[in-house]
Design a protein around this ligand. Structure first.
Ligand code: GTP
Length: 217
């Protein structure tokens, strides 16, 4: 008869990388261009039926804002699998050039919990009051590496870890090459996938791969 697996899955990654969007694409088949920033964490469940097993996911979607970092261990403790997400359009090296392009919809207010993605303010490079936050916002690939290190040190030793490069629909704004993610993942024993929560590219494949690994474990 069919095996039943229940597994805790946690998503970690910088603010705005698309963690909630990936989960909502998987759980509800939906996507919003105006997804609000997560406060604390959000919980979802979803069941995937494979030939060899039925996998019930208990999904913890954590908040990427730095102020919530200290809560993260509560969510990755006891997790069987983790998805560490970064955004291919932002990296340290792209932070400066990225800025002027988006100057009309400055992303720097995004880290203010009370201000949602739709109400971003306008500013120019020189007078931006949130310049420091803006730079932080650009560092999602570096932030992903920090999460991987933290999970390697403090997570479950048998943790199944996936590194996910999201927003591949924004190819023209790509700042982190496919090979960069792939090489880093290989060096660190992670499974690497590029996804788009917007177009659904590779999203069900991602959760299927995790379910298959969990069914084998
Ligand atoms: P926090 O909760 O603040 O940590 O953010 P998050 O990682 O959960 O990101 P969220 O899902 O809230 O997405 C942030 C923004 O990116 C939203 O405006 C989404 O619509 C957008 N977004 C998410 N995934 C994609 C994607 O694959 N492609 C594009 N173009 N936009 C995306």
């Amino acid at each position: 008869s069919n095996k039943n697996v229940q597994a805790k899955l946690v998503l970690l990654g910088d603010v705005g990388t698309g963690k909630t969007s990936l989960v909502l694409r998987f759980v509800k088949g939906q996507f919003s261009d105006f997804q609000e920033s997560t406060i604390g964490a959000a919980f979802f469940t979803q069941v995937l039926s494979l030939n060899e097993a039925t996998v019930k996911f208990d999904i913890w979607d954590t908040a990427g804002q730095e102020r919530y970092h200290s809560l993260a261990p509560m969510y990755y403790r006891g997790a069987a699998a983790a998805i560490v997400v970064y955004d291919i359009t932002n990296s340290v090296t792209s932070s400066r050039s990225f800025y002027p392009i988006l100057s009309l919809t400055c992303l720097c207010s995004y880290d203010q919990a009370s201000i949602s993605f739709v109400s971003m303010h306008s500013c120019s490079v020189s007078d931006c009051p949130y310049d420091q936050m803006m730079v932080l916002f650009q560092e999602s690939f570096e932030r992903a590496k920090k999460w991987v290190q933290e999970l390697q040190r403090r997570g479950n030793p048998n943790l199944i870890m996936f590194l996910v490069a999201n927003k591949v629909d924004l190819e023209e704004k790509r700042a982190v090459g496919n090979e960069e993610g792939e090489v880093y993942a290989k060096e660190n024993g992670l499974t690497f996938m590029e996804t788009s929560a917007k177009t659904a590219q590779n999203v069900s494949e991602l959760f299927y791969e995790i379910a298959k690994r969990l069914a084998k474990a």
